[in-house]
Ligand binder design. Structure first.
Ligand SMILES: C[SH](C)CC(=O)O
Length: 266
């Protein structure tokens, strides 16, 4: 009944993703700081969240999800972020590349490519949409690489080829990181690296690059989303800087819902 309070409409539930995601920690703080009595954020995964969103949207039903930009959901559905007047979700987020200590010495050519890796949220969005439309992530990565030869050439210019040197990239199965990690992996393979992708949860992703079991990650969301992990492992990794800007995290709802702010959930 769309005239009922929104909490009642959605069972006082926010549809979340994996429990270790920074977005989930921030959402727990949102429930607390906005005093959303009786509300909870349901843990799951990126794919479970998008499946629930698709189902609700196709039935014109109310739903509130933990969302982020870029994401194909914004091109597939008419969605909006709820205003966050307390600023819990932070302002603009940036995605960083993080390398294990010693990588530059051990794998200098890969380090150069990783240090140069930078693209736009539209670039990432293009790969995400190809994957969502059914293309295998490796094929989607190569399609983007073929379409953006000039950008990729700037990443590998002057980098000597290697002969099967091993490198591992850790990532979490968020649609955004499936896109970025496969693009970087394919570029590293193009210069001769034997690349292993390790799909893990956020904590093990950060722990892996800190203990050296992973050589690099390209999905560090900062300054807000992964602030806890950054602080926990600071000094045990090398931050190679921003590889993508113009990102954002927050609560996302279909545009047909008659709410505009987190305050409206009370
Ligand atoms: C789901 S966002 C890409 C990252 C995070 O929340 O940790």
């Amino acid at each position: 009944d769309s005239s009922a309070p929104v909490g009642q409409q959605v069972g006082y539930q926010i549809t979340g993703i994996d429990p270790g995601a920074g977005l989930m920690r921030a959402t727990e703080r949102v429930i607390e700081e906005y005093e959303l009595e009786g509300w909870r954020v349901q843990t799951g995964s990126g794919p479970a969240m998008t499946a629930a969103l698709t189902r609700a949207y196709n039935n014109n039903e109310p739903i509130i999800v933990t969302g982020w930009t870029p994401h194909w959901k914004f091109s597939k559905f008419d969605l909006k972020y709820l205003d966050d007047p307390k600023g819990i979700y932070g302002a603009e987020e940036y995605v960083h590349t993080i390398a294990r200590l010693g990588l530059q010495e051990d794998l200098p050519n890969a380090y150069t490519v990783l240090d140069r890796f930078a693209w736009t949220s539209d670039d990432m969005g293009a790969v995400m949409i190809m994957v969502e439309d059914g293309l295998d992530p490796v094929a989607a990565a190569n399609a983007w690489i073929d379409e953006n030869a000039e950008t990729v050439a700037s990443w590998i210019e002057g980098v000597d080829a290697v002969d099967g040197d091993k490198i591992s990239l850790a990532y979490v199965a968020w649609d955004s990181e499936i896109a970025s990690t496969n693009v970087v992996a394919e570029v590293l393979r193009s210069v001769g690296y034997d690349v292993t992708l390790r799909q893990v949860e956020p904590g093990p992703m950060w722990a892996g690059v800190a203990d050296g079991s992973a050589d690099a990650i390209v999905g560090a969301w900062l300054p807000t989303t992964h602030a806890d992990y950054y602080a926990e492992f600071e000094g045990r990794f090398e931050d190679l800087g921003v590889n993508m800007e113009g990102t954002r995290i927050g609560l996302v709802v279909p545009a047909y819902m008659d709410i505009d702010s987190i305050e409206d959930l009370k």
